[in-house]
Design a protein around this ligand. Sequence first.
Ligand code: NDP
Ligand code: HSE
Length: 439
Amino acid sequence: MKAIQVGLMGLGTVGGGVFEVLRRNQEEITRRAGRGIQLTMVSRRDVAKAQALVGEHATVVADAREIIANPAIDIVVELIGGTGIARELVLEAIAAGKHVVTANKALLAVHGTEIFAAARARGVMVAFEAAVAGGIPIIKALREGLTANRIEWVVGIINGTTNFILSEMRAKGLDFDVVLKEAQRLGYAEADPTFDIEGVDAAHKATIMSAIAFGVPVQFDKAYVEGITKLNAADIRYAEQLGYRIKLLGITKRRSGAVEGIELRVHPTLVPAKRLIANVEGAMNAVVVQGDAVGSTLYYGKGAGAEPTASSVIADLVDITRLHTADPDHRVPHLAFQPGALQDTRILSIDEVVTAFYLRLQVKDQAGVLARITAILAESDISIDALLQRESAEGEAQTDVIILTHDTVEGRMNKAIAQMQALPTVLAPIVRIRKEELS
Ligand code: NDP
Ligand code: HSE
């Protein structure tokens, strides 16, 4: 059978990986797909660089629209990134009847609803395994492998840059700014690392997983996003003394009971040090999925890099190659649930989220201070789980009090923090980090 024809838009880190892995493993991939997968056209604006990489193997063009206009191309792979030109090109490719593969989490988290609707109307597939956790096949697991389950929650370390920074902060006792500079010097963090360190990249990925886990539209604008820029080495140290590690987690949970909805949030989180996910170090990614039938499952691997990400892009190419002649109604739905069965379950605001907390209060070291603080928590119906006070040095008039609470509603905790903050014996802004037991 004639090989399926692929056009690649964007030949940078991931595009280069796709070209290389397709070339190297061509025979194995063909045996799996049932026919060849041939990269016949590539585009990047710097044509000379692209030409130097692909040589005679593919036609190089500067204008990606030439790929879309080529009737011989069956699948278009978008590896440009961002939500500007990438959105235009993906929608144009769909309109031209091409199947699309993309690694672009920002695009899908923000414009997924529009893109999936266009693809459905045109009867083409949009595949995006590489958009979440790079080389880990978490989309496949959520969408197909766990399809029997009512998913209860999904929690992941889904940004390698921030996990590298947090690992280094813990291992070397350094502050955020120092480690960020080191990460940039080593090439782990980009020159502009804003999306990574502010939690936006993780929130894009959590948004996509939330939609697939619970059968709701992608709604990045409703996600709560907090990065790691304000994290202090002291809190990592105190957390460790209490048996916890701090990780930037993407969390999405189904909530039922008095308040129904979906939690969708990214923030630094204390996790018990004994949990496997707490021991995921460096730039590695991991996702834990809790399903009612299967229980807890863990997926671990490289969340970025040329070949790990190419592994997922090519898996999508194989899927499309196998399925593109199938009746569109019989394909796996983009968001795991049939389009007509998506629900408009509310995404809860951060005030409604239920979680436990780590609090650090810098206080005057004098009689009655702790009693007043614990009284405020008791009056707020917030139960204390653990408490630690740093022994003050000789002659020191202040100290740190660390409190771990049991689960409570965030809005209630905000009010209690405001009351504690107003005490004249509380000397600095109270540090608050959310805590998840993941049991
Ligand atoms: P790069 O910046 O390395 O590559 C982007 C490529 O797009 C470059 O080759 C650039 O070349 C090309 N490009 C830019 N504008 C155009 C255009 N208008 N037409 C054609 N080509 C264009 O990005 P990555 O490979 O790192 O990332 C690609 C996508 O994969 C992004 O969505 C990213 O979020 C995602 N991703 C990346 C991972 C990684 O490890 N890097 C992991 C998981 C997902 P030129 O400037 O010459 O045009
Ligand atoms: N910037 C991302 C990370 C790349 O650090 O994980 C993969 O999406």
